[in-house]
Design a protein around this ligand. Structure first.
Ligand SMILES: O=C(O)C(=O)C[C@]1(C(=O)O)C=C[C@@H](O)C=C1
Length: 306
């Protein structure tokens, strides 16, 4: 299926959370197929940092329908390069079926450690509580990394006492692994939404691979910095932001700002337009809204629109 680099004409590169066989990889392949060269990274943060003119595209998980927002992604969205050098250009969703994957011959009662990405562990909480209540849960950089560690014996634990939670696709990659149980996720219709990223705001996608226009955007609001503002006025007044923007708010996420005074938040507002105008009109409304925030002294950055 997902040959990481079939031969042919030179293709743009796409950065994803590796190794081969992650859900990020599958989501990327559903969008881009063989039109890009797939470049695996160790962490979600590395995907953001790897983007450059030579590695112009990326994909990162944003939200799961069972377990909620992907914290690593929102932490990375706090960095100033997003909305400056790198941008969100669209999103895609993938149905996520988790499997319990073990070395051949390992039975449920043998398992003492369950390895996976923290999101996947969170999506299988009920299964784990019911069937493996005493197993230790070991977070790994990705689901496929957990499988790789068990297959290669790279984890700190005896691989015959371990299971990975990941996609069944890994058994086509590592022949010493098997599916012990399929469909162990909690939520009905468990699926994950991924942001598609690019270096530069207008980098052209490979032909026929343009994400659909949604008339949506992501805006980051930061607490004010600088010595002129009082401690109290640094805090983001989210109600004032929403009123000033005057756009439809589709979702709001919040992560701690990384500076003192403590307990200040960075907000992420996903906005859209319900008015039935075209894309040009939507962009005008969006830019006007951001202009109004600036005029009101609110620190706002457009992280991308699609
Ligand atoms: O570890 C992977 O396979 C990933 O692509 C990451 C990730 C996530 O962070 O949400 C993606 C989809 C699933 O929700 C589980 C894990």
């Amino acid at each position: 299926m997902m040959d990481p680099s079939p031969s042919g004409p030179i293709r743009p590169a796409l950065s994803f959370l590796g190794p081969v066989g992650t859900f990020s990889h599958q989501a990327a392949y559903e969008c881009f197929g063989p039109s890009v060269e797939y470049v695996p990274q160790h962490t979600i943060g590395d995907v953001f940092q790897s983007l450059s003119p030579h590695l112009p595209f990326g994909i990162v998980p944003q939200e799961n329908s069972t377990n909620g927002s992907v914290v690593e992604t929102y932490n990375s969205l706090r960095t100033s390069s997003i909305g400056h050098d790198n941008f969100i250009r669209g999103y895609t969703a993938l149905a996520v079926t988790h499997c319990l994957i073990v070395r051949h011959g390992v039975k449920l009662e043998d398992i003492e450690h369950v390895l996976s990405h923290v999101q996947a562990l969170g999506q299988c909480r009920s299964f784990l509580a019911q069937h493996l209540p005493r197993a230790s849960l070991v977070p790994t950089d990705s689901t496929a990394r957990a499988a790789e560690e068990i297959a290669t014996g790279a984890s700190a634990f005896d691989p015959y006492k371990c299971a990975a939670i990941c996609s069944s696709i890994v058994v086509t990659i590592y022949e010493n692994l098997q599916v012990l149980q399929e469909g162990i996720q909690d939520g009905e219709g468990n699926s994950t939404r991924f942001f598609i990223l690019s270096h530069g705001s207008d980098r052209a996608f490979p032909p026929d691979r343009i994400p659909p226009v949604q008339n949506q955007a992501l805006i980051r609001i930061e607490p004010l910095s600088g010595s002129a503002v009082t401690q109290k006025s640094k805090r983001v007044d989210i109600r004032r932001v929403i009123n000033t923007l005057d756009l439809d708010i589709l979702r709001i996420d919040r992560r701690p700002a990384l500076h003192v005074p403590t307990f200040q938040d960075v907000y992420f507002l996903e906005v859209g337009s319900e008015k039935k105008g075209g894309t040009v009109q939507w962009l005008e409304e969006l830019l006007q809204g951001i202009g109004k925030l600036g005029y009101a002294g609110i620190e706002a950055s457009l992280l991308g629109h699609w």
